[in-house]
Write a protein that binds this ligand. Structure first.
Ligand SMILES: Nc1ncnc2c1ncn2[C@@H]1O[C@H](COP(=O)(O)OP(=O)(O)OP(=O)(O)O)[C@@H](O)[C@H]1O
Length: 259
């Protein structure tokens, strides 16, 4: 029988009411999930083999804002990279926006990643020699589904949405940390993907910019119906999530709580 998600007890770090990972059938019908993961394992073979992900089953609904949390070195980024199809699992299956991914060849994976996923990292990874607009246009041009005029129009509209239109022709070095991260969010949305993956998106920002980026990511789910999965160490960030998932030793840990 499927149990209701449990809720974290009142706690001093502002996570009260944020459900921890649901229990019961973790995958359900993978075709209807934003992300579904079954039996995921990642091992690195070598003189000393390392297990990064050790049997993860997970379902993330469309429109959810989920935070992945856990101790340092527990496998959070490794999991996010697998979900983002930036790394290949040793075992297990991943469905992304209903599409099973383990049967796809490399070109199809690249297209799927460009069309259905947006990435925001701790360090913005904007190209220094490109303007903000050209950085946002990169994924659109790579996917190649829009004529250039339409691409530029979309890029400017995205920058406008994040109050960056006046900065469209500036280079990253001419922008503040918060502005750069907003350009990175605009770039993540360039191809209008259903799923945004973020790895410590506020880890390198002052508290005002951090709150701004957190709220913008939250709005993507509420206003645009996006699914956002973010790795974070910050309880304040996680306090606005629909759900947080604890990862310990490469496994989901339903009892994990931030210190
Ligand atoms: N290429 C690699 N070779 C060997 N060990 C690795 C490799 N990549 C990751 N690891 C190890 O795997 C474990 C999980 O790493 P991962 O970066 O996913 O953890 P994390 O939870 O994101 O950590 P943090 O919160 O510190 O960023 C760590 O112990 C890390 O040292």
């Amino acid at each position: 029988m499927k149990e209701e998600p449990s809720f974290a007890p009142a706690d001093p770090v502002g996570l009260a009411g944020v459900p921890v990972d649901p229990v019961g059938d973790p995958v359900g019908d993978p075709a209807t999930a934003a992300i579904a993961v079954q039996g995921l394992r990642k091992r690195l073979e070598g003189e000393v083999p390392v297990t990064l992900i050790d049997g993860v089953d997970l379902r993330i609904e469309r429109g959810e804002f989920v935070c992945i949390m856990g101790p340092s070195g527990s496998g959070k980024s490794s999991l996010l990279y697998l979900l983002g199809l930036l790394d290949v699992p040793t075992e297990g299956r991943i469905w992304l926006a209903g599409q099973r991914t383990d049967t796809l060849d490399e070109d199809a994976i690249t297209d799927l990643r460009l069309a259905r996923l947006g990435f925001v990292f701790q360090f913005h990874f904007l190209l220094a020699e490109f303007s903000a607009l050209d950085n946002v246009l990169l994924p659109i041009r790579k996917l190649g589904r829009l004529r250039d005029e339409a691409a530029v129009e979309r890029g400017l509209a995205l920058l406008d949405r994040f109050e960056l239109k006046a900065h469209a022709h500036k280079h990253p070095s001419q922008l503040s940390g918060g502005q750069r991260q907003r350009v990175a969010i605009a770039r993540a949305l360039a191809n209008d993907p259903p799923v945004i993956l973020a790895d410590e998106p506020t880890g390198n920002l002052d508290s005002a910019s951090s709150a701004n980026v957190r709220d913008l990511l939250r709005e993507l789910t509420r206003e645009m119906g996006k699914t956002v999965v973010a790795v974070t160490h910050e309880s304040r960030f996680a306090s606005v999530a629909d759900r947080r998932i604890g990862i310990v030793d490469g496994r989901i840990d339903l009892d994990w709580r931030p210190a």
